[in-house]
Design a protein around this ligand. Sequence first.
Ligand SMILES: NC(=O)c1ccc[n+]([C@@H]2O[C@H](COP(=O)([O-])OP(=O)(O)OC[C@H]3O[C@@H](n4cnc5c(N)ncnc54)[C@H](O)[C@@H]3O)[C@@H](O)[C@H]2O)c1
Length: 362
Amino acid sequence: MSRRVGVGIIGCGNISPAYLQSAVAFPILKIRALADTDPVAARARGEQFSVPVASVEDLLADPAIEIVLNLTTPQAHVEVGLKAVMAGKHVYSEKPLGIDTVEARQLLECAEARKRRVGCAPASFLADVHQTCRRMIDQGAIGAPIGGTAFFMCPGHERWHPSPAFYYLRGGGPMLDMGPYYITVLVNLLGPVARVAAMAIQPHATRTIGNSPLRGTVIAVEVPTHVAGTLHFHCGAVVTLTMSFDVPKHRHTPLEIYGTEGSLLVPDPDLFDGEIQHATLGGEWIAVPNEHGADEQSSRAIGLADMAQAIRARRPHLASGALAFHVLEVIEAFIRSSDSGHFIGIESRPMRPEALPVNGQH
Ligand SMILES: NC(=O)c1ccc[n+]([C@@H]2O[C@H](COP(=O)([O-])OP(=O)(O)OC[C@H]3O[C@@H](n4cnc5c(N)ncnc54)[C@H](O)[C@@H]3O)[C@@H](O)[C@H]2O)c1
């Protein structure tokens, strides 16, 4: 068996170039083929990156492909993931793992029965800045964690994305789209979530696409687009979180964590770099030196590369299906809490991901 791990990409849309560029930075990865139900999209990406194009069926039948990188829209993640696992492949999916925990559980159970791995984005928690924050919390830089705030708020992806309809269909919305970044980074910093209380509203029935080629097209909204709530972690900390596609402008930082002895400004969980600031009780904010810079271009495939290395090393991978399932259960709990008016207990309780050594990967 080759040292490199063969990868086939299904889904050749907007995010695929970021993976194709980043994969070059990880010698363990060999992108062997691209496929998409839209042959035009697949051909264009294949020509752009000089990668062979195949039908979905042929890609799944290729014995040189060990991992299917699933970059389809969220509504197709489980369908494509199941096909990959049934074809004997490991699968690494863009977030979210599925559009609800019922279908996501089906994928995890099917993979477990066939001894295949499931990995899932986001993997920004593996970036050095987020691992530095993790080390600081573990080493007591803020004392015992008490709480925090997490904000992603924008006027909506229909302003820039060329085909944004999926963001507003069932399986879309700001919680399923952006929640995974924030909640995954929070679980890395604070451990798993115990319960959630939230409210969600849908201020608009339709949205209008602002970018070509569909500029001016009106799309339906099926999901709440302004979601606010509170996460109570098993460690005792309480974090306030708002995810919104309805906010024209704001001045909140993406993520702040407070403890008995200090506070931490954590870089944007959607990014692989950024400034960390730390303040001790009574002190001023101080920038924390960033040991290893990183950018999206080289980092987007970091979770996929870790899974490939883990396959060869026969160790668990870090951006795991179990972690992504927990994140999805928390996201779902926000909507369930809003609908029911109750606190929602979280049943899954994955291990907090293992911290990376100071110089990066395993
Ligand atoms: N666009 C971004 O900036 C971004 C960033 C991070 C993560 N993501 C995630 O990446 C995923 C893809 O997003 P995107 O923006 O690239 O979407 P996109 O709509 O631009 O591309 C998705 C592609 O998947 C194909 N596809 C859909 N269903 C399929 C199926 N069943 N079989 C084969 N191909 C299928 C579509 O034809 C399309 O070409 C989403 O889960 C999204 O949450 C996107």
